[in-house]
Design a protein around this ligand. Structure first.
Ligand SMILES: [Ca+2]
Ligand SMILES: [Ca+2]
Ligand SMILES: [Zn+2]
Length: 370
């Protein structure tokens, strides 16, 4: 093609426009990068979160292309940056969090286990998930810590009472101290609750008793009802406000008399304790359990459920395969998170059994009624 005067003019015009555009981009990028709008569409939403999550690699150096999420400008994309991102998040749906984590899962030789007694995973700015080391106790329960503006809600205290072997209070207090400083908050009320009252979820309670600003909810079903203000247990759903973060709490007896489910409206996470998790679901009171799974399903109708999170992992990543009871090493375990489809699958199975419950293996959980 001949290079005409016309095309030269067009080129010049395009170049001028490009210069203006590029200048605009150059000046706007630092501003946009400051709020985590990765696709430059003017909002900070789930799309930007997905991009951020793939960049979350602190404390190593920021990967190429991830620089715009290094909001703190320290060369790494970490949970501090996530906290700033969360402040700017205005997408539809729940405040996101990451479950991109490898849980500590015991050791083939616990005498030389290199892992800490407690793993702390930060799901998002104000949500933490802790796991006890299997080498301390094979139950290796999960513990949840949810922050509001006034209260921090702790669900469960682990399977070991010794504060030297298993410093659960000190570990959570560190998280709280850091959170209060980072957010400029006065000391928060610390509320220690339980998914249910079995020993492997309450053993650390004593470490919290008598600590400042701390309430440890009692273990009986009566104490739990009283604390949350249930007047019609277990049919009622009550709310519990952490300060700008409302939880829905419902009684789900069956695995144990004081079992509760907790729905966090901010993250759309449903906590189900030992009533549903990727493992062996032990059922003490069959009628109550049937009612409880049905009420949970009814409760979730019309709600978004981001994750269903229980308090153990006992399945391997192979469908229908569980680790032996009491194992201290699960090298290839199932992920912690289940979805609403698992709750529905469980309820369907439980209702189908009618009055004659039985042992039934599903891909992601086992109905363990002998
Ligand atoms: Ca965006
Ligand atoms: Ca950073
Ligand atoms: Zn239990």
């Amino acid at each position: 093609m001949r290079f005409s005067t016309d095309s030269a003019m067009t080129f010049a015009r395009t170049a001028t426009r490009c210069l203006a555009l590029c200048a605009a981009l150059l000046f706007s990028v630092p501003l946009l990068a400051g709020i985590g709008d990765s696709d430059l569409d003017g909002d900070v939403d789930a799309v930007d979160f997905a991009a951020l999550e793939s960049c979350l690699d602190g404390p190593v150096a920021t990967s190429p292309g991830c620089e715009l999420f290094d909001l703190s400008n320290n060369g790494t994309v970490d949970m501090r940056d996530f906290a700033s991102f969360q402040q700017n998040f205005h997408g539809d749906g729940p405040i996101p969090g990451t479950l991109n984590v490898t849980w500590i899962h015991g050791s083939p030789s616990c005498s030389s286990d290199p892992n800490p007694p407690i793993q702390v995973h930060q799901y998002n700015d104000n949500t933490f998930i802790l796991r006890q080391n299997k080498c301390l106790h094979y139950e290796a329960p999960f513990i949840y810590v949810l922050f509001g503006d006034e209260k921090v809600f702790i669900q469960d205290t682990g399977a070991t009472s010794s504060s030297s072997a298993f410093p659960i209070q000190a570990t959570i207090q560190d998280i709280i101290d850091t959170y209060e400083v980072d957010h400029g908050l006065a000391p928060l009320d610390v509320i220690v609750t339980h998914s249910h009252s079995h020993g492997d979820h309450v053993a650390g309670d004593g470490q919290f008793s008598g600590e400042p600003n701390t309430t440890v909810v009692g273990l009986s079903s009566f104490a739990v009802r009283n604390f949350f203000g249930f007047t019609s247990w277990p049919d009622e759903v009550v709310t519990y406000d952490l300060g700008g973060r409302v939880l829905d709490v419902m009684g789900i007896p069956g695995h144990q008399a004081a079992s509760v489910a907790v729905y966090d409206r901010q993250t759309d996470i449903l906590l189900t304790g030992d009533t549903l998790y990727p493992g062996r679901l032990y059922i003490n009171d069959w009628d109550e359990y049937q009612d409880s799974t049905q009420r949970m399903v009814d409760f979730t109708i019309g709600l978004n459920i981001e994750h269903v999170l229980g308090t153990h992992i006992e399945m391997s990543s192979t469908p229908g395969d569980d680790y032996p009871i009491g194992t201290v090493y699960q090298p290839d375990e199932h992920v912690l998170q289940l979805g609403i489809e698992h709750l529905i699958e469980l309820n369907d199975a439980v209702q189908a059994m009618g009055a004659s419950p039985s042992f039934e293996v599903h891909d992601d959980f086992i109905i363990f009624r002998l």
